[in-house]
Design a binder for this molecule. Structure first.
Ligand code: NAP
Length: 531
């Protein structure tokens, strides 16, 4: 049994920075519990072939310290999973963080004791910790979604989910591989498997929009420049809605004739990055402008993929561009020109079951050596709910969130005092370049705890009114976007059977969100319940 000031769950970007802030700045007795056997969070588990971040490397890290920023060198435009892990290890070493992290500790329950004002945290090793503050730094995309397809346990070959990829190398040579899922992950894995496997059969339910990443090595000049412009970059990332290094222009798609518009799309297409959506200011706002981007992407797919039937399946979009997370790719569409790649349209030929030998669809049976599920996550709420959290008066978080997550700013939850969530539901989180959001959350939490400690307060908690008001803000913000036009999207919880259907992240953009958070802090958290 151990008594702590603060306990953090998760040793990814958020847990590591939070540990540094609470332990080194506030001098609190702080500990991190981590399920994995090393740090890294999302980047520890997602070690599938082709795993790389879609944010540009020099923006995908901490910016609170010039020294930390400058000492580390990103060598490619987009960082590989292994490189991100190295970066986090570098960060941890700089602040000697590992000494306050306990690995291989899966939290199985957490409970708040009102009289003692303590959180009790239990792990799978039956270790018990008590802490005044509980910080959930468990990541928004950590709880995997392995669909409950009939017969899934029958398969005699190897079956893997991208989010729990084994450490040991998987050999695809001379193998027939089935892959289910074509989101950001699937689009990265498939070209890598296709390079090695005898055959890759890709099972697509819905197509995703994908823009060429155009990864490359950074030149010495690139590196020198991004380091030199640290101050500018840091303030720029704070100004943009998604914490990315691009802004939306003033120009509408209709300020230009079709030929000029397409030239501008072409320029964005050649440039790569997630900034394609910011070619014009109305792509993400109006269906009419959005359709011009959709048409451009469709034409690109048709001009790349030689098999007309495949091109048709890959362009059977059921949502506007950006209504679901757009993806970046390296040779994804080109891959369909390889002889060893087959595309199955699950919309016309759905999976019926998994058999001992492979995947049986309505029309065929596919014999496979391996099946890869790139089927995503129980996003934003899944990893928090798995902590089995009980708040005041025995209220269970899972029950409290049954009809949708309720929180204030995604940071605090009514009935769960002194519990903070980093990048949880109700915060911009997955709609941003996540380290930018994480930094803002960690710093807000640190200042809040400092306020409580300095003023000798016991606890802070969101009121029901504050959480309701915030939910209204999310609902009204999302109306100004195209997100709800997607028939089915994990942003709305549609991918998990039985999950409540509400828009999960805050879609109003980082600058607006930052302003609201700052106001709460500057007014001494007066709309919250402080004891
Ligand atoms: P995802 O976007 O949820 O995609 C899951 C895929 O699996 C979709 O194609 C989905 O089809 C399919 N699927 C799910 N259940 C299925 C079923 N029962 N049968 C057939 N198909 C099924 O998950 P993800 O690709 O892992 O990405 C999740 C998020 O992680 C991304 O959006 C991104 O935010 C982040 N991510 C980032 C990077 C990066 O930065 N490079 C890489 C990977 C992931 P439907 O579309 O029809 O539901």
């Amino acid at each position: 049994m151990k008594y702590l000031d603060a306990l953090i769950i998760g040793a990814g970007f958020s847990g590591l920075y939070q540990l540094h802030c609470l332990r080194d700045k506030l001098k609190l007795n702080t500990l991190v519990l981590e399920e994995g056997d090393d740090l890294g969070g999302t980047w520890y588990w997602n070690r599938y072939p082709g795993a790389r971040c879609d944010s540009e490397s020099f923006t995908y890290g901490f910016t609170f310290s010039k020294k930390i920023f400058k000492k580390w060198t990103w060598k490619e435009r987009y960082p590989k999973q292994k490189v991100i892990l190295k970066y986090l290890k570098y960060f941890s070493k700089e602040y000697n963080l590992k000494k306050n992290i306990v690995f291989k500790q899966k939290v199985i329950s957490t409970q708040y004791f009102e009289k003692e004002n303590l959180w009790k945290i239990k792990t799978n090793n039956m270790k018990i910790y008590f802490a005044k503050y509980l910080i959930c730094a468990v990541g928004s995309l950590s709880s995997i979604n392995l669909p409950a397809i009939k017969g899934i346990n029958q398969f005699k070959g190897q079956l893997h989910h991208s989010g729990r990829w084994p450490k040991k190398n998987i050999n695809f040579k001379n193998k027939i591989v089935g892959q289910v899922g074509t989101g950001s992950t699937g689009i990265q894995i498939a070209p890598e498997i296709a390079k090695k496997a005898k055959k890759l059969i890709l099972f697509q339910r819905s197509p995703n929009f994908s823009i060429p990443a155009r990864n490359r090595k950074l030149s010495n000049t690139n590196i020198k420049n991004y380091k030199k412009n640290f101050n500018k970059l840091r303030s720029f990332l704070k100004r943009t809605p998604g914490g990315h290094p691009f802004e939306f222009p003033k120009k509408s798609a209709f300020d230009f004739d079709e030929a000029k518009r397409n030239l501008m799309y072409e320029k964005s297409w050649q440039y790569g990055t997630l900034s394609f959506r910011a070619t014009f200011n109305d792509i993400v706002k109006t269906i009419k402008a959005n359709k011009t981007a959709v048409k451009f992407i469709e034409n690109k797919i048709y001009s790349t993929v030689k098999n007309r039937e495949y091109a048709k399946i890959l362009t059977s979009f059921d949502h506007p561009f950006t209504a679901k997370r757009p993806t970046l790719n390296t040779n994804y569409y080109e891959m369909f020109n390889k002889k060893n790649v087959e595309l199955v349209n699950l919309k016309e030929n759905p999976i019926v079951k998994i058999t001992k030998k492979g995947i049986k669809t309505k029309k065929n049976e596919y014999t496979l050596d391996k099946i890869i599920f790139a089927t995503g996550f129980d996003a934003l709420t899944g990893s928090i709910e798995k902590l089995n959290i009980t708040g005041k008066k025995g209220i269970k978080l899972t029950k409290y969130w049954k009809s949708g997550p309720k929180s204030f700013l995604g940071l605090l939850v009514p009935n769960f005092p002194n519990m903070f969530i980093i990048s949880g539901p109700g915060s911009p989180s997955v709609l941003t370049n996540v380290p930018v959001q994480i930094e803002q959350h960690v710093e807000w939490i640190t200042k809040c705890i400092k306020f409580l400690e300095n003023n000798k307060r016991q606890s802070i908690e969101s009121t029901n009114e504050a959480a309701k008001k915030w939910q209204k803000e999310i609902t009204s913000s999302v109306k100004k976007t195209l997100f709800m036009k997607a028939k089915s999207s994990w942003y709305k919880g549609d991918n998990i059977p039985g999950k409540s259907k509400s828009f999960l992240p805050y879609p109003g953009g980082m600058p607006k969100y930052r302003k609201v958070c700052l106001k709460v802090e500057k007014t001494n958290y007066k709309e919250l319940k402080i004891i």
